[in-house]
Design a binder for this molecule. Structure first.
Ligand code: NDP
Length: 246
């Protein structure tokens, strides 16, 4: 049990990578707060956490709403007293080539993927500083490292997460709070399912391990980063991409 007795909060945990992270942490002994905008699916994942013998709570909050995040943190602290682990996973895509990208597509992706991470880190840093310990993992993307045609908004948001992660790692280190990022490649979830077959084929030809990643393969790296196994690692970015970026 790598995170026994820890209290974890995962955003975007109702499905895909976030769900896999929540269940992986619960399987290793953590109580998990499930945060998402999808109430029904979030409650289902919370029930799955409980079926693993752990406590859970679902908090239905949009990551762009800092007031509601404040209330969700208070609700979580009322139930669990601490938040030891924060995983910022919620994210969206709204693709278009730069010259056709609407301002609303840019704003939506930046406010969900980047400002959302800022909102949750700001809200959870104080209770973590009080405990003089904590772990934060932010889910970026390899697109934030190398860019992608049709994803200027997404790439900018995911690159922004890396700067935010490194700055927070430096600021929070004196309180023994480690802050790291994970950069997945192409992982089989609903987000990638909707891509056109042609793009999927092209992507696959660029993956040295010759297959898509599974959400659980990202979850296990997050588990490492929130466990004592990684106690001397902070401000780092770990790619989980089958060798796409090397
Ligand atoms: P999914 O779309 O499958 O799941 C994302 C979850 O986040 C959904 O439950 C979604 O709810 C929720 N969500 C969306 N917007 C908000 C919001 N404003 N506030 C709270 N919750 C929200 O995505 P994945 O599991 O594939 O991706 C998870 C993370 O991993 C994302 O940050 C993504 O960018 C990143 N990533 C994914 C890769 C992949 O190949 N899948 C590759 C690299 C990075 P709803 O569906 O109801 O909107």
């Amino acid at each position: 049990m790598l995170v026994e007795g820890k209290i974890a909060l995962v955003t975007g945990a109702a499905q895909g990578i976030g769900r896999a992270i929540a269940l992986c942490l619960a399987g290793e002994g953590a109580d998990v707060i499930i945060s998402d905008v999808n109430e029904e699916k979030a409650r289902e994942v919370a029930a799955e956490v409980e079926s693993l013998g752990r406590r859970s709570l679902s908090v239905i909050v949009d990551v762009t709403d800092d007031e509601e995040i404040g209330k969700a943190v208070t609700k979580s602290l009322d139930k669990f007293n601490r938040i030891d682990i924060l995983v910022n996973n919620a994210g969206i895509t709204k693709d278009a080539i730069l010259v056709r990208m609407k301002r609303s597509q840019w704003d939506d992706v930046i406010s969900t993927n980047l400002t959302g991470v800022f909102n949750w880190m700001k809200a959870c840093a104080k209770p973590m500083m009080k405990e003089k310990s904590g772990r934060i993992v932010n889910i970026s993307s390899i697109i934030g490292l190398v860019g992608n045609t049709g994803q200027a908004n997404y790439a900018a948001s995911k690159a922004g997460i890396l700067g935010l992660t490194k700055s927070a790692a430096k600021e929070l280190a004196p309180w023994h709070i480690n802050v790291n990022a994970v950069a997945p490649g192409f992982i089989a979830t609903q987000m990638t399912e909707k891509l056109p077959e042609e793009i999927k084929k092209k992507m696959l030809s660029n993956i040295p391990l010759c297959r898509w990643g599974e959400p659980e393969e990202v979850a296990r790296v997050v588990l490492f980063l929130v466990s004592e196994m990684s106690s001397y690692i902070t401000g780092q970015v770990i790619s989980v991409d089958g060798g796409m970026v090397m």
